[in-house]
Design a protein around this ligand. Structure first.
Ligand code: SF4
Length: 366
């Protein structure tokens, strides 16, 4: 298949694997930031092609996984109300809140709808003027432009029955949180290519310099990831800590200025709580005061809902590269995709779901 097969060529993969073996002389821990990269690594067995000294750990770049439990509870508190149409991307529906989930609310008659774009939710608002439409706006810099566009468009259309429940998070502050943690093991990063396609990578050189880590902007296909690892190991072996771009076919240093402009018109940067990790300063987005009328937290008065996360779920440690999913006592026993305890077992980008799906345990990999 054009634009896919060429990035999955087994001969080139073997060549890159040999190159990584050849240049590796010491032990290195590299974090792939994005959950999509984690799934590619586990699905295609990329980690098994690496020398023993190169360990990959899985980062916090899974939007569903890092959405705090209390934000899920706020979504549930809105979705259960009469005359609400609650719209969300599909993978949020099974994420457990403290009592229930969106899918159960739907099964019990709630009007919860899966949409593929926030603009679909705007259209639903146009078609249902007598009802309130709420879109659950989660995700990183990648989804922020479309969500910003939805609010912008709703205002242009004069819609007053549309709002966003915003739980946006930003990648660079999360990378800094990982690096400044007392548990940190990460020595190099594969940065998320799609985030950089929007934002560029000018935010990364200060992080690379401050924490002395190489950062390689990397794509999602097997050859992208192997090449990103090779570039990162090469820097580590040479004692360099620079920002390099493996994903040149999609990413430029400046990113997409039009998308950035729209995001900064609609959203402002705020501290944000990350599931399992806690609050990270300046790591999220919320609507600017100008767009307050479209803020579902204010409209439905749910901002005061606070929830303690389960102590049983160690997803926070997994998302910071401290533990692997199979080190969680609940993995595959009390926590499965059918009966998930935490979001990393539900999300299509979650590390626990990837390890479960592809049967990754120490006994399987040895
Ligand atoms: S296996 Fe389940 S309980 Fe354990 S960290 Fe993963 S999601 Fe949380």
């Amino acid at each position: 298949m054009k634009f896919l097969d060429e990035y999955r060529d087994p001969k080139l993969a073997a060549q890159l694997s040999r190159q990584i073996h050849k240049i590796t002389t010491k032990s290195w821990v590299i974090m792939e930031v994005c959950g999509g990269q984690t799934h590619s690594i586990v699905k295609f067995g990329i980690d098994t092609l690496l020398p023993e000294q190169v360990e990959l750990v899985h980062g916090p770049g899974c939007p569903v996984c890092v959405t705090p439990l209390e934000m899920i509870d706020r979504a549930l508190a809105i979705a259960i109300q009469k005359d609400i149409i609650f719209c969300s991307f599909g993978d949020m529906l099974r994420v457990p809140g403290s009592q229930t989930d969106l899918l159960s609310i739907k099964a019990h008659g709630g009007d919860v709808r899966i949409v593929y774009s926030p603009l679909d939710a705007v259209k639903i608002a146009q078609e249902n003027p007598q009802r309130e439409i709420v879109f659950f706006a989660v995700g990183f810099e990648t989804t922020a432009p479309a969500n910003a566009m939805a609010v912008y468009q709703a205002r242009e259309l004069g819609l007053h029955n549309f709002s966003l429940l915003v739980s946006h998070v930003l990648v660079p502050p999360a990378m800094e949180a990982v690096l400044s943690s007392k548990f940190n093991r990460v020595q190099g990063f594969l940065a998320a290519g799609h985030v950089c396609a929007v934002m560029g990578y000018s935010e990364y050189p200060p992080i690379a310099a401050k924490y002395k880590v190489p950062i390689v902007v990397t794509g999602f296909e097997p050859l992208d990831i192997l090449q990103g690892i090779a570039m990162c190991v090469q820097q580590l072996e040479e004692g360099r800590c620079e920002v390099e771009n493996q994903y040149v076919r999609s990413v430029t240093a400046q990113g997409n200025p039009y998308a950035q402009d729209l995001v900064s018109k609609v959203f402002k940067v705020v501290p944000r709580k990350w599931r399992g990790i806690g609050e990270i300063p300046q790591s999220g987005l919320c609507l600017r005061p100008d767009y307050e009328d479209y803020d579902a937290e204010i409209k439905f008065n749910v901002a005061e809902i606070k929830t303690q996360e389960s102590a049983e779920c160690i997803s926070g440690l997994i998302l910071q590269g401290v533990k692997k999913p199979y080190e969680c006592p609940a993995f595959g026993i009390k926590c499965t995709p059918q009966q998930p305890l935490g979001a990393t077992m539900v999300s299509s980008e979650g590390a626990c779901a990837a390890y479960y799906r592809y049967k990754r345990t120490p006994s399987w990999t040895n």
